[in-house]
Design a protein around this ligand. Structure first.
Ligand SMILES: C[S@@+](CC[C@H](N)C(=O)[O-])C[C@H]1O[C@@H](n2cnc3c(N)ncnc32)[C@H](O)[C@@H]1O
Length: 213
């Protein structure tokens, strides 16, 4: 077992964010822009929001956003950016461990991007709770890595990364209540920490809940 694998999720992620002034690009994820761009804004829930790139994009496009993450440093970065962009009143930043956190109410969009972790993370249980927080006619968007980033230094000897069909099966949904909007492996260009352009593959699953369930 490596050192970080013995850390609690809160301690691992807080240290990870404190290593640098900014961990991610600050931009919204491409899959979010593509999948949510045509939706009517309402209430959105962003699980594992990090420094808030997606939450900020959603707020800018008219959504009222609840952004949840385990790292206070990441959340504070998001909050400061939102305040400076005059979007502060559209985003609630919640510090919580998604392993136990229960969403309050229903959301027109529930989004989880790259909810992967080298330390303990009960991803399937979290995503099942995410599905139950989607309002009638709302959308559940789950985006994961299709392959580990080439620069990742963590051990990858666990189970393979789930493809969209695996994620769908793990949710255990009654498919008479849901429509698959997107289930695809999607390539995109990304810039590595050392500045190289690389092609990354996203595992994208978007589901729409029926109007009445
Ligand atoms: C790979 S990052 C992705 C961040 C963001 N969604 C994005 O696309 O840039 C994973 C995020 O999940 C958060 N996270 C990991 N485990 C968590 C947990 N148990 N509860 C809440 N957040 C968690 C981390 O703090 C981190 O911000």
């Amino acid at each position: 077992m490596t050192d970080h694998e013995q850390q609690s999720p809160a301690s691992f992620w807080e240290s990870r964010y404190r290593e640098s002034d900014r961990a991610w690009s600050g931009r919204a994820n491409a899959a979010l822009e593509r999948e949510a761009g045509g939706l009517t804004p309402g209430r959105a829930l962003d699980l594992g929001s990090g420094e808030g790139g997606d939450a900020l994009w959603l707020a800018y496009h008219g959504w009222s956003v609840t952004a949840v993450d385990i790292s206070p440093t990441a959340l504070e970065r998001g909050r400061l950016t939102a305040d400076s962009a005059d979007l502060g009143d559209r985003i609630s930043w919640i510090e919580a461990d998604l392993a136990t956190w229960i969403p309050d109410g229903e959301f027109d969009l529930v989004s989880a991007h790259f909810l992967h972790s080298p330390v303990e993370l009960p991803r399937e249980a979290i995503l099942r709770r995410a599905a139950s927080a989607v309002a009638p006619s709302g959308v559940l968007l789950i985006v994961g890595h299709g392959a580990f980033p080439p620069w990742s230094t963590h051990r990858h000897d666990g189970p393979p990364l789930p493809v969209p069909d695996d994620v769908l099966a793990s949710l255990g949904l009654s498919m008479s209540d849901w429509t698959v909007v997107t289930s695809a492996m999607v390539d995109r260009d990304a810039v590595s920490p050392s500045g190289e352009t690389v092609v990354m593959t996203d595992a994208v699953l978007a589901l729409r809940r029926a109007v009445s369930v």
